[in-house]
Design a protein around this ligand. Structure first.
Ligand SMILES: *[C@@H]1O[C@H](CO)[C@@H](O)[C@H](O)[C@H]1NC(C)=O
Length: 422
């Protein structure tokens, strides 16, 4: 065999082993048919409704259609099933787009991947999942990308802070988990975080711990400087802080019997030295900071399969939203990061600029409209006064209604805390 043909063989073998699989893809491009693929949970009776729409502005009226949360202050619980698989020995890529076109105040924008034994009709916040991934916003304090893994029955949050997008455009979120126990998070096809699963989550106890046997020796001197033992306080150091004013004179008309004995007022003593402190010198006995020696943690056992899930079979949106309007689209689960990147560019990548332009031109139109209205208002200043009175009445009514509505709202815990803070 020639070296060239050998090379060709090696290349084709590489291509075969790197075969890509798409486990799940959802673009919502066939009208209402998505309803046959997605199941709404009835764990609670009042989950918020998802509707199919491209929203107020978009890049492509059809392609940008996705699922939008449509009711304020509601929990949402919707999921879709695909053929059960394990990510053993393979990369796992989860990708989707999120558009918070309502300018979100508090609400989730993440997905959950479940094992296939999930009962979709009963999916709820306590359902066991494998991975939770995506943006979460709640007030100014929470604007992060969650990456939570279930490891041996416990959910572990990433110990790095990944900031999510909080504008009103569509953004592409991607999580890649590799069989070498590394991961990568991308937003809009750009890497925002990466590293090792073991280091960035506390799945395993620490490799090293402080030796419980080791103690700092009693004579270990950690003082870098000490007072110079040869430095003595000068004998004439101590002087009073205040002295009678030497320039003061007893007034001529001072009457000792009437005014009492005359005393000069006190002034600051220019010779006062303050408190004496010995000079500081390097401590000849200084040993440096004592470092607690470490030993291998007996409780640590390495695990090179942290990344692995035996069963992945359902993707779900299990969320709480105060202000609804978020649109989810372009779901993709695959073993091929390259493919996901390409799909990202072909979907989000193609429509993002047009979406931006459409939003900007809408804002421009609104601005013009406002200006025109302002003009007309100025012209009929008199009518306006009368109108104002009416408006005030209406506003009061509206406020009352809003208050009533708010009382009916359910809340998740953080949301009620937020309200307390305000
Ligand atoms: C409530 O929902 C917000 C938005 O998703 C989230 O940030 C927060 O953690 C949730 N709180 C609880 C207690 O679930």
């Amino acid at each position: 065999m020639t070296p060239l043909s050998l090379l060709c063989m090696a290349v084709s073998v590489a291509l075969i082993t790197a075969e890509s699989t798409v486990y799940f893809r959802e673009q919502f491009e066939d009208g209402d048919s998505w309803r046959s693929r997605w199941v709404e949970s009835n764990h609670k009776s009042d989950y918020g409704k998802f509707v199919l729409t491209a929203g107020k502005y978009y890049g492509d009226a059809d392609k940008d259609k996705g699922l939008q949360t449509s009711q304020d202050a509601h929990f949402y619980a919707l999921s879709s099933r695909f053929e059960d698989f394990s990510n053993m020995d393979q990369s796992l890529v989860i990708q989707f787009t999120v558009k918070h076109e309502q300018s979100i105040d508090c609400g989730g924008g993440y997905i959950k991947l479940f094992p296939s034994d999930l009962k979709q009709e009963d999916m709820n916040g306590d359902s066991v999942y494998n991975i939770m991934f995506g943006p979460d916003i709640c007030g100014p304090g929470t604007k992060k990308v969650h990456v939570i893994f279930n490891y041996k029955g416990k959910n572990h949050l990433i110990n790095k802070d990944i900031r999510c997008k909080d504008d009103e455009y569509t953004h592409l979120y991607t999580l890649i988990v590799n069989p070498d126990n590394t991961y990568e998070v991308k937003i809009d096809n750009k890497k925002v975080e990466s590293g090792s699963l073991e280091e960035d989550w506390d799945f395993l106890p620490p490799k090293k711990i402080k030796d419980p046997e080791a103690k700092k020796p009693a004579d270990w001197d950690e003082r870098e400087k000490i007072a110079d033992p040869d430095d003595k306080k000068p004998e004439d150091w101590d002087k009073p802080e205040n002295i009678p004013d030497p320039d003061a004179k007893k007034p001529d008309d001072w009457d000792d019997e009437m005014d009492g004995e005359w005393e000069p007022p006190m002034v600051t003593n220019p010779e006062y030295n303050g408190e004496w402190k010995p000079r500081q010198i390097d401590n000849p006995a200084y040993k440096g900071k004592w470092v607690h020696p470490e030993i291998d943690n007996p409780e640590y056992t390495p695990d090179n399969e942290i990344y692995k899930y035996n069963s992945i079979g359902v993707i779900g949106l299990d969320l709480w939203q105060v202000k609804s309007g978020t649109i989810f689209d372009s779901f993709l689960i695959t073993n091929d990061p390259k493919l996901a990147e390409e799909v990202g560019y072909e979907t989000w990548g193609v429509t993002k600029d047009t979406e931006k332009k459409m939003k900007e031109s809408q804002e421009e139109d609104e601005r013009k409209k406002r200006e025109e209205e302002e003009e007309t208002r100025k012209e009929d200043a008199k009518d306006e006064e009368q109108d104002e009175e009416k408006e005030e009445d209406e506003e009061e009514e509206e406020e009352e209604q809003e208050e009533e509505e708010e009382e009916e709202e359910e809340e998740n815990e953080t949301d009620s805390k937020l309200k307390d803070e305000l």
